[in-house]
Design a protein around this ligand. Structure first.
Ligand code: SF4
Ligand code: SF4
Length: 368
């Protein structure tokens, strides 16, 4: 049985900050070596990662340096990029070539949302992948998913041939109203599907929990790193056979592999601590906005109110590591928080009775 930690080739170390193509391949070689030496085998890439060169780097750092039986590779059909029927076959063959392999151990329809699912259906992508499986070019077929449990149920009912689903699961999204991780997970169980977990550390956010939460974790186990709680949490769920981590340096890889080599499930005491950590993070929520968007169309200044509240909450919960300020400043073609004329139209629409004007002012003080 494979060990339950997969090496995601999506946040590899860079030689030049901000240049996703400037991958430090020597560093990646060392990471691959340590990963394999410690008995791990699962590597995850995608057509779009690192602006299209992740697959090539996988070939150079793994495929050309190790025998094929030493590792398994997961790759993904970019459902959002398909424009015409021929794209499906063209991209699949391109991927085999870029990775330098004859077959994929795991293959996924990438990022199924309502829109991407419709696109995948339009170009018969499920049928294409099933045919590739019959040919032996795909060993195990599934999809990654980012939408509602209802849509997931619909897809799994229509395509029982899918063998696994990749879901975003972590302890903070478990009961989150948007991600609905628990309900998606339960839908997979209902259909008897195996699960791969992505974003167990929520893109790194759960590596930087508030001080109070960090102290609780350290009091229980001084040696365990903060991310180890998040990864072990995901790996402890039934039917989860793989947890992906987009590791960015040797230090992270060293830490992750150390506790996943002889993986121990989260015990009841640890579960209690995680629940407390969740409460602490949620208590740092500045605005209880549910993202319903009822307010958005009413705003004469075209201010994306729920989006700004989301960034404000992230800043408060996870500090600068949330990158909220940059993301705020990068948002174009919309009103800024400082443009609010305090007309109050939004507040009349808000089902949560949020004092939007007051909080928009706070957003402005923080980010403008
Ligand atoms: S109060 Fe501000 S945010 Fe609300 S609708 Fe008016 S301009 Fe937009
Ligand atoms: S109406 Fe209220 S809850 Fe809904 S998005 Fe706007 S601020 Fe958030």
């Amino acid at each position: 049985m494979d060990k339950k930690l997969g090496f995601g080739f999506m946040r590899l170390p860079l030689l030049e900050k901000g240049n996703a193509k400037s991958i430090d391949k020597e560093h990646v070689n060392k990471m691959v070596d340590m990963f394999i030496e410690r008995g791990f085998t699962y590597f995850d890439t995608a057509y779009m990662y690192h602006e299209g060169i992740s697959e090539l780097v996988l070939k150079e750092t793994l495929v050309q340096r190790y025998p094929r039986e030493a590792y398994t590779i997961a790759d993904k059909m970019p459902t959002m990029k398909l424009k015409e029927q021929d794209d499906v076959d063209r991209i699949f063959n391109e991927q085999l070539e870029k990775c330098g392999v004859e077959y994929f151990d795991y293959y996924l329809l990438h990022c199924l949302t309502k829109e991407n699912y419709a696109n995948a259906e339009k170009f018969n992508t499920f049928e294409y992948c099933m045919a590739k499986k019959k040919e032996g070019k795909i060993k195990c077929l599934g999809f990654s998913f980012h939408d509602t449990p209802e849509l997931l149920d619909e897809i799994l009912t229509k395509y029982p041939e899918m063998e696994f689903v990749q879901l975003q699961i972590n302890y903070i999204d478990w009961e989150d109203g948007n991600v609905q991780a628990r309900r998606c997970y339960e839908t997979c169980l209902k259909h008897g599907k195996k699960i791969i977990v992505m974003e167990p550390v929520k893109g790194g956010l759960l590596a930087n929990v508030p001080e109070e939460a960090k102290n609780l974790m350290k009091e229980y186990d001084e040696k365990a790193s903060v991310p180890s709680w998040a990864i072990r949490y995901a790996a402890s769920l039934d039917n989860v056979f793989m947890v992906l981590s987009g590791m960015s340096n040797l230090e992270q890889l060293d830490d992750n592999t150390s506790y996943m080599q002889e993986f121990k499930k989260i015990n009841d005491d640890e579960k209690e601590i995680i629940q407390k950590v969740v409460d602490i993070i949620l208590n740092n929520l500045k605005v209880p906005c549910t993202g319903c968007e009822y307010c958005v169309t009413t705003c004469p200044m075209n201010i994306p109110i729920p989006r700004y509240f989301e960034l404000y909450n992230k800043q408060s919960q996870f500090g600068d590591s949330s990158n909220s300020k940059n993301r705020y400043q990068e948002m174009k073609d919309c009103g800024k928080a400082k443009d609010c004329i305090e007309c109050g139209a939004c507040e009349r629409e808000c089902p949560q009775h949020i004092e939007i004007r007051k909080h928009i002012k706070e957003v402005s003080e923080l980010f403008d």
